[in-house]
Design a binder for this molecule. Structure first.
Ligand code: COA
Length: 163
């Protein structure tokens, strides 16, 4: 159930205080402010916030990979791919559909730019995120061993053809 009107807009420096508070609340190893600054200053990244009543309740984004990597999957070659690098909803607002809205927005935005394929990494223990990705049709396309070395946890790589 959604509780109000939301907006989705490009992430700005002035959003970082609220973004960092969410980042620290939801991840064991949060990105730093400097890292967010670096990410949003790179034109190959597209980061957005989702706001409710002007307050940041979540954020997410992707890194565009165009012709700089050759991405092959199941005998198909993709030239224009996005790596979804973050998607987070503040704890108080989880389970209300906002993660779904944000993912839908990011995939539609990527599709409108001509992107063919989206992929991301997720911890096998993150059932809620995996459930969300599966609902969009993401499938497990690989495993990266020891991707989260501090917890000695592998990452599942999930991918989705968005053509
Ligand atoms: C993963 C995340 C972005 C999902 O956002 P969200 O707004 O909670 O997701 P939605 O409300 O759109 O629902 C997503 C799924 O979670 C399920 N869900 C919602 N509330 C839940 C709850 N309290 N317990 C378990 N599952 C729940 C929904 O039913 C849905 O699953 P379904 O497709 O099987 O129905 C969010 O939980 C989050 O920020 N988690 C912490 C950061 C993180 O792990 N990010 C992903 C890194 S790969």
């Amino acid at each position: 159930m959604l509780t109000g009107d939301y907006t989705i807009e490009p992430m700005k420096i002035k959003d970082l205080r609220e973004v960092l508070a969410i980042e620290k609340a939801v991840f064991p190893h949060p990105w730093s402010e400097n890292f967010f600054r670096l990410i949003i200053s790179d034109k190959n990244n597209y980061m957005v916030t989702i706001k409710l009543g002007g307050r940041v309740i979540g954020y997410g984004g992707y890194h565009l990979l165009k012709n700089d990597v050759e991405f092959r999957l199941m005998n198909k070659r993709y030239d224009f791919v996005v790596h979804i690098i973050n998607i987070s909803i503040a704890p108080d607002f989880q389970g209300k559909g906002y993660g779904t809205i944000l993912m839908n927005y990011l995939l539609e935005d990527a599709r409108s730019r001509g992107v063919e394929f989206a992929y991301l990494e997720v911890r096998p223990s993150n059932e809620r995120a995996i459930s969300l990705y599966r609902r969009f049709g993401f499938m497990i396309v690989g495993i990266i061993e020891n991707y989260y070395p501090l917890e000695r946890e592998n990452a599942l790589v999930m991918g989705l053809n968005i053509v």
